[in-house]
Design a protein. Structure first.
Length: 610
């Protein structure tokens, strides 16, 4: 046997691996608005550095792609260059020996297809369409455009009232979002380059919990204009708040007896306490908004009647009806809709799950909410049935982890095909077909039936949580355009071809997040105000602290904790624990103040007014 020796990493290789980690953090922190061609050439250069040089496609071809892309950026290219880039990339893709070459080429081909127009703009007009439209990642990724660095700086100085005032300039529901926002603002936080993103939602909750009674800004002079808002969910309430602040008279029409929409009828109180929601809604209505509950627009009164009675109408009916699966046995006793169950819980009517085996079909936040609620209602077990992998679940990862910790089990790669009944006609079992992961399509692996027999999961209750639909038929009868089940509205919220009628939130986008609904209400309010002949400006009179010139020392992120499992599974009280003062001080000081450094100083990190 020939002589062997252990392979160990030398200092250079260890340093390179650290650089790879640094590169990964930089990619995570890449803000939106970067030049796609500049980004493409950077990845091609990295792939070229990785190649072993054995085959011509990698060694020579990737270098040629670098040069051609450089010509586009430097103004030396013609339109024929685009075709040459595509031809070169396709040749590399088809002939490269390994993944380094063909995946780098494939990325370039995707770019040619996905942003060809930007190649043309660089070549024909020597300009980039992707100017950094918002240089602060957290602000640009917040749908409502909240000044996040500003309120974090205020929290770091203990100015919690001012932090809430600053948030409310763009998002009038800071308390609600402090508990249930999906925090897209954290995904591209530049702090990722150093250690980990700022816990923005946790800091917002700390400010909400520690602020005193923050009064609404003074109402602007009355305009004499009247606006009807259909639906009292987050989008409708937000629109009503801003319009009434601007001096317009707003009347809300809500089909239920309480306000809040899916905040009340879709999110259990262990995530969003009802007293906090009610208090925030009262604040939103304090400008004199009239509310008419138990009124179904389309049945009790038509949109046409409202349009004749008001100067403008905003439709914000949300997505509150369940979707069926279309499987055998879906209509037998013991099969329920997740939407219906959460609506009952929202009204204080709790289903009897005591000692029952509950199977929940779905992988979104609604499915997780039902599963965690079932545990609290005494279920013997709560099994979450999902046809994809657990990693593919759209629910928040922390919610999935919390559900598993509370005793829920996730049956991944299990596609429901039938609900079996017993001799009494009630649910006996859920039959699922095992799945296998297939090819990736549109960024997600496609599932296909495995060569295994169906599995029977014994259960007493089946809850379907595969999504929600829009109740748009009555609106369509009144002439509101509907396309693929959702109301057809422009990005400005104006309903096509019907002046004065606007729509926003889930009813035009399909089920989305709370902060997206709030942002839709804000956009609609601004455009309705313009339609009515005004251009009111909402300003913030809060002075933002100057940034600290401190060292950016790596520091661990403060994560949110929950009450002990044995306590929280027995009630619907708030499960999540707040940050301590010490934690909030430390976390808030991790902010890099991107609004004052880098492009932030040139382009303005915050929107002072809108």
């Amino acid at each position: 046997m020939s002589r062997l020796s252990m392979i160990t990493k030398d200092k250079a290789q260890a340093t390179v691996e650290e650089m790879y980690k640094d590169l990964e953090r930089r990619i995570i922190a890449s803000p939106p608005g970067l030049c796609p061609i500049d980004l493409t050439i950077s990845f091609v250069k990295m792939a070229h550095a990785q190649t072993c040089g054995k085959c011509v496609p990698c060694r020579v071809g990737l270098g040629q792609l670098e040069a051609l892309l450089g010509d586009v950026l430097d103004g030396r290219a013609t339109l024929d260059t685009i075709n040459l880039i595509e031809k070169t990339a396709r040749s590399i893709y088809l002939s490269a020996d390994c993944a380094i070459g063909y995946e780098a080429a494939n990325m370039v081909l995707k770019g040619i297809e996905g942003f060809r127009y930007d190649f043309e703009e660089h070549i024909l007009r020597d300009r980039c369409n992707f100017g950094i439209y918002q240089s602060v990642p957290c602000v640009s990724l917040c749908p409502a455009g909240v000044d996040i660095p500003g309120y974090i700086a205020l929290i770091s100085e203990g100015r919690y009232d001012d932090a809430i005032k600053l948030i409310k300039k763009d998002n009038p529901m800071p308390a609600t979002c402090a508990y249930v926002c999906e925090h897209p603002c954290e995904t591209r936080c530049r702090r990722n380059m150093i250690d980990d993103s700022i816990n923005i939602r946790g800091l917002k909750r700390f400010a909400v919990d520690n602020a005193s009674e923050v009064k609404n800004p003074e109402r602007m002079p009355l305009t004499g204009k009247k606006v009807a808002v259909i639906g009292a969910g987050p989008s409708g309430l937000t629109c009503a708040y801003f319009l009434s602040m601007m001096g317009h008279q707003v009347d809300i029409y809500e089909r239920r007896n309480k306000l809040g929409g899916m905040l009340r009828y879709g999110i259990p109180s262990y995530r969003l306490p009802r007293e906090i929601l009610d208090k925030e809604i009262d604040t939103l209505l304090s400008y004199g908004v009239n509310v008419f509950t138990n009124v179904t627009v389309g049945k009790d009164i038509s949109v046409v009647d409202l349009k004749d009675k008001y100067d403008s109408v905003y439709i914000a009916i949300g997505a509150q009806i369940h979707k069926n699966m279309g499987i055998e046995g879906e209509d037998i006793l013991g099969v329920y809709s997740a939407v219906d169950i959460l609506k009952e819980i929202g009204d204080g009517i709790y289903p009897d799950f005591k000692d029952k085996k509950v199977a929940i079909i779905g992988g979104g936040n609604v499915a997780i909410d039902v599963a965690r609620s079932a545990i609290r209602l005494g279920a013997k077990n709560a099994n979450i049935i999902y046809r994809r992998r657990k990693d593919d679940m759209p629910a928040l990862k922390e919610e999935v982890e919390a559900a598993i910790a509370e005793g829920c089990e996730v049956y991944e790669l299990s596609n429901p095909i039938k609900v079996e009944s017993n001799e009494d006609g009630r649910v006996k079992a859920l039959i699922v077909k095992p799945q296998i992961v297939g090819m990736i399509e549109n960024g997600r692996p496609k599932m296909q039936d495995a060569k295994e027999k169906p599995i029977s999961i014994e259960c007493d209750v089946v809850v379907i949580a595969i999504g929600q639909g829009i109740e748009s038929k009555d609106f369509e009868k009144d002439g509101i355009p509907v396309r693929r089940g959702v109301i057809d509205a422009l990005s400005s919220a104006g309903v096509k071809d019907i002046p004065g009628v606007f729509a926003g939130g889930d009813c035009i986008s399909g089920p989305a997040t709370v902060i997206q609904a709030i942002a839709a209400g804000k956009v609609a309010a601004a455009n309705i105000d313009n339609y009515l002949g005004y251009h009111h400006v909402i300003e913030s009179d809060v002075s933002i602290p100057q940034p600290r010139l401190a060292d950016r020392v790596p520091c661990g992120r403060v994560n949110m904790k929950e009450r002990p499992i044995e306590e929280r599974i027995d009630d619907f009280l708030l499960a999540e624990c707040p940050m301590s003062l010490e934690e909030a001080n430390q976390e808030s000081k991790r902010c890099l103040r991107c609004d004052h450094f880098g492009f932030g100083v040139f382009k303005g990190g915050r929107t002072e007014k809108w």
